[in-house]
Design a protein around this ligand. Structure first.
Ligand code: PLP
Length: 393
């Protein structure tokens, strides 16, 4: 989406932060404009993306699913990127930027732990110190990733306040950044937060859609896909997949949020489908809130979707009618998880399973024979404890 007013996507975005956060945000914006376009930075990042991250990731045609649904299903395999999720595209870029800015310390927040692992990886690879804030509930349900972060040399700080999930981890990281801004870069994990983060993370994740478009057109003789589908937590894998296709109005862009347990009145994370306008973590966006404007707790079986806000660019794309947003519940996602395991031999992240579930359950609304790209944002190894608990496998 084009930015007509600096820091805004339509009516959404901006920089609603305490005064003490203005200097590091302005410093970051200046560094983005000065360092990132330089040939030295671009060459170094390109080399890291190819040789360390493993890009380009494949665009895979699913034989079994396509036959089952009568539609051509393609997976953009971000699960095959180093560390097992799209998050590494963003962290390698931000960590390299921090290094060029002369900041020796990275801090991050994480929900599913994938962003924490990706930040710890980038820090280790570039020789930076790393502290990761994580809600204590997420520390328990994503213990596999906590162990990985520690092995990579990061300090994991459990957060006990609020709902003890991602929202509270972000608050803790922001407090750290205020105190340590001279030495520290806050490596934010999604297209959320105050300007310039939604733009910075979007530009680093846009590689997903750029590659997918090139790969699809090469395989299909110049044709564009009918639809791109991605799950939406904060929204970074979805914006990364969508961005290249936004100018192609004929390509449907579908974001899938978490409807939680799906029961009436349950907690969920369906910010765009059920939220209202409000300010969260420095941006005007849509969020889950009660009638007094208090942020409501969110829920999803997928820790990475369990966030009551969403990136402002998605709110802008929705308001402009350019992207569509729907939600699927925990049961639908768990079902899709099992379908992909058994029909394609791929164990997806529970987050990505939401995108898959929407396609499985809404295939009838897609014309027969059409081509759908699903962004498989990550692999499911991190979720095996939850899967064992809820599916009894
Ligand atoms: C595999 C995976 N997919 C999706 C998400 C959701 O984040 P985003 O909406 O920013 O892509 C996460 C977050 O941790 C994740 O780990």
């Amino acid at each position: 989406m084009q930015m007509l007013k600096k820091g805004y996507f339509g009516d959404f975005g901006g920089r609603f932060v305490p005064e003490l956060l203005m200097p590091p945000l302005i410093e970051l914006e200046e560094a983005m404009g000065r360092i990132m376009p330089s040939p030295i930075f671009q060459q170094e990042l390109g080399r890291i993306m190819a040789d360390f991250v493993g890009r380009p990731t494949p665009l895979y045609h699913c034989q079994g699913l396509s036959e089952m649904l009568g539609r051509n299903i393609w997976l953009k395999r971000e699960d095959l990127a180093h560390t097992g999720a799209h998050k590494v595209n963003n962290t390698m870029g931000q960590a390299l930027l921090a290094k060029h800015m002369g900041k020796p310390r990275l801090i991050a927040e994480t929900g599913a732990g994938q962003h924490g692992v990706a930040t710890a990886t980038a820090a280790a690879m570039l020789g930076l110190e790393c502290v990761v804030y994580m809600g204590s509930i997420d520390v328990k349900r994503q213990s596999h990733n906590v162990r990985r972060m520690k092995l990579l040399g990061a300090e994991v700080r459990p957060v006990e306040s609020g709902t003890k999930t991602l929202k509270d981890a972000i608050n803790a990281a922001l407090r750290d950044w205020i105190a340590e801004q001279r030495t520290t870069h806050y490596c934010l994990g999604s297209v959320t937060g105050a300007h310039p983060f939604p733009l910075l993370v979007r530009d680093l994740q846009a590689v997903i859609g750029r590659e997918a478009k090139r790969q699809f057109m090469e395989k299909m003789g110049g044709k564009l896909p009918y639809m791109i589908v991605a799950c939406v937590g904060g929204g970074s894998n979805a914006i990364g997949a969508f961005h290249e296709f936004v100018p192609h109005g004929e390509v449907r862009l579908v974001g899938v949020e978490a409807a939680g347990t799906g029961e009436l009145g349950c907690y969920h994370s369906a910010t765009l489908t059920k939220g209202e306008h409000g300010v969260l973590h420095g941006a005007l966006t849509k969020l889950l809130q009660d009638k007094h404007g208090q942020v409501e707790p969110s829920h999803s079986v997928a820790a990475g979707l369990d966030y009551p806000g969403v990136g402002p660019e998605h709110a802008g794309l929705q308001a402009a009618g350019r992207a569509e947003y729907y939600c699927v519940n925990d049961t639908q996602a768990l079902n899709a998880f099992q379908v992909l395991c058994r029909t394609e031999g791929i164990i997806p992240a529970l987050e990505s399973s939401h995108a898959l579930a929407w396609v499985l359950d809404n295939a009838e609304s897609i014309p027969r024979g059409e081509h759908v790209i699903i962004n498989l944002s990550g692999r499911g190894d991190k979720d095996l404890d939850i899967i064992e608990e809820v599916l009894g496998i």
